[in-house]
Design a protein around this ligand. Structure first.
Ligand SMILES: Nc1ncnc2c1ncn2[C@@H]1O[C@H](COP(=O)(O)OP(=O)(O)OP(=O)(O)O)[C@@H](O)[C@H]1O
Ligand SMILES: N[C@@H](CCO)C(=O)O
Length: 331
């Protein structure tokens, strides 16, 4: 659980009133997450209870936030299951609490599924493809701030903390990804707004008639303009990998890819580069976890994720490279 900045009931009540969301009933710090301060806020309005999430952004600036919040609003308005951010009378979505940028979004129903089956993965794949299509006409742009430029900046910073064999893997993978990014196939990849961090803990499921039903994607604060296939790869690396070993889980991957492709079939360049993007996705989170682990920020309650997991995923992706056809179960 991470609470970097304490918010008082008075501060939360004032903000919720300003947004016309009702009278605060309860305010509770949320567990989980390592990037932002999150509170669950419950209000009463016209005799009904409403649940919101109040987020204080610890890393992102007032200038960066409209991209994420406008994107969430854009997607919510197109029927994609994401928390809708709430605006004030001036139409603004970013506010100031304790000197930090803050936002209030709808609380999703359900809970995260940390042991997903093929059924969960299929719903994630289909919803991700719909999200990509729905984002195509989003007007704002902001790069993926945890993309190639950031890896090039941070790898030299974390290198002194790791062993020689890890340094070799990290440096050789970075060189490989720089060469992929310079290729004609890479330039041909379709791109647009991507979630870029769609792990098991950033998706909620409800149970309807005894069956899991995806109720929303959340935590869009690593979103950016990048290739759609990179987003797909990030998902496959989390939803379709055995967490203790980092080994690929073929049935879940096939379910996720089939459901994604049924909504938006992959183009030739995407099929060619999916294996490289699986490596890129593993590198991205290995680097960020190394960075969080060795260069942590002050936090009252912080649990850094294990960096070695993505080292294992990257090794597995390099040593047991699979073609798109193999990944999709078509070979
Ligand atoms: N819109 C929402 N609806 C329901 N629950 C939410 C919502 N947003 C956040 N939460 C809850 O708060 C927890 C922490 O949120 P989140 O993962 O966004 O934090 P973070 O610090 O930004 O995370 P991360 O480390 O994953 O980047 C989630 O695990 C979830 O339980
Ligand atoms: N999903 C990231 C955490 C940052 O959102 C990770 O597992 O490293």
């Amino acid at each position: 659980m991470a609470v970097y900045t304490e918010v008082s009931e008075h501060e939360a009540r004032e903000l919720l009133r300003t947004l016309g969301l009702g009278e605060l009933n309860s305010l509770k710090a949320c567990s989980g997450g390592i990037e932002n301060t999150n509170y669950f806020a419950s209000t009463e309005r016209a005799g009904q209870v409403h649940d919101y999430v109040l987020t204080l952004f610890e890393r992102l600036s007032f200038e960066q936030l409209p991209f994420y919040l406008r994107l969430m609003k854009h997607l919510a308005q197109r029927g994609i299951l994401v928390p809708e951010p709430h605006a004030n009378a001036q139409g603004e979505l970013v506010f100031e609490v304790k000197g930090k940028p803050a936002a209030v979004v709808d609380k999703l129903h359900g809970k995260s599924e940390l042991a997903p089956t093929e059924a969960h993965c299929a719903q994630v794949g289909a919803t991700l493809a719909r999200l990509h299509l729905a984002g195509s006409d989003f007007a704002l742009t902001q790069p993926n701030l945890r993309g190639l430029a950031w890896w090039n900046e941070v790898v030299p910073v974390v290198l002194p903390y790791i062993q020689g064999n890890q340094q070799n893997l990290l440096q050789s993978e970075l060189a490989y990804q720089n060469s992929v990014a310079a290729s004609a196939s890479y330039a041909a990849l379709p791109r647009g707004p991507i979630h870029a961090d769609l792990f098991r803990d950033n998706v909620m499921f409800d149970t309807v008639g005894g069956q899991p039903q995806l109720s929303g994607f959340f935590d869009f604060y690593f979103a950016g303009i990048d290739t759609w296939v990179f987003d797909l790869a990030v998902c496959l690396n989390d939803w379709c990998v055995d967490l203790p070993t980092g080994v690929h889980h073929a049935p879940r991957a096939q379910a996720l890819i089939a459901a994604y492709s049924a909504v938006r079939p992959l183009q030739a360049a995407e099929r060619e580069l999916l294996p490289a993007m699986l490596r890129a996705g593993a590198l991205r989170f290995w680097v960020s976890r190394l960075w969080d682990f060795y260069l942590p920020r002050a936090a009252s309650l912080l649990q850094a994720h294990d960096p070695s997991h993505f080292e294992r995923v990257l090794q597995a992706r390099c040593q047991h490279a699979m073609t798109f056809e193999q990944l999709a179960g078509q070979a």
